[in-house]
Design a protein around this ligand. Sequence first.
Ligand code: AVI
Length: 325
Amino acid sequence: MNVQLDTECQKETEVITGFRSDVIEGLSGTPKKLFSKYFYDKTGDELFQQIMKMPEYYLTNCELDIFKNKTPELAQSILVNDAPFDLIELGAGDAMKSTYLLKHLVEKNIDFKYMPIDISGNILSVLNDKLRNELPTLDMTTLEGDYFDMLDKATSISTRRKVVLFLGGNIGNMDIEESYHFCREIKRKLSTGDVLIIGFDLKKNPHMILNAYNDPAGITASFNMNLLLRINRELEADFDITEFQHYQTYDPVSGACRSFLVSLARQDVHIGNNTFSFEEHELIDMEISQKFSENDITNLAKESGFHILENIKDSNRWFVDSIWQ
Ligand code: AVI
């Protein structure tokens, strides 16, 4: 019991230490930067749920449309002569979209094991309860932790063929170099015949993209501000969020949609013993949501050692789930 508590405490301390050093490093650079992976504390999760329900945030319905209405096509592209396989989902969350695929595979009596990976143990236990209830015959092992560590664990648990899902356009939250590195790493961890399905938000009318991240209700702004509040709560800091303003850009040529916070005054912010000075109008680079052309996707697949088996798009052709081998 004590050993378990000690381990949990140690894990929590390591998480906070990583968060602190990333924040301090990011705010010490030029331009100042924070990492969007830290948006998702409890309040951040709730704000993201609200974003997904916003009429301007078209991404939610796009991939839902694919998983709901093109399930047989998806299933077809991942099955090889009904051979058993492991379906591994990176950042599964509530698995809202993939549940349509799981139901389809279970109904067809396909032999597979579902392995959702997520950094949040809480989300995984909710998902576990939900799927045990909705799909009692589903063979499932949840894996809590970092994507690559857990992918290693999944490959050590079983040697069956792997199908990896990376949905939601999450690849867009990496800068280009990071996304190339990420795809190469996945390729290195997979074997011949394994499959990767990645969701990409496509370049489209720039007004539509900008609106999705610059919503009039200001939910995206609050989502960004919450990271400053989280730093205040967890790292003994004193950001005054009334002295910052959200600013969103979209560059239709490069496809980079970026979130910034603008300092409205010359000010000092303290984080523990560290002081960070902001000029008036100085920016904090908060997040990139990269948009892709089909060419960009082909290049990314090729450069990381994959080839594209199929591109499945939603009915508006705004989003693609690209199937790579
Ligand atoms: C999680 N990710 C794909 C979202 C996106 O569209 O980049 C995060 C987000 N940021 C602001 N709105 C949504």
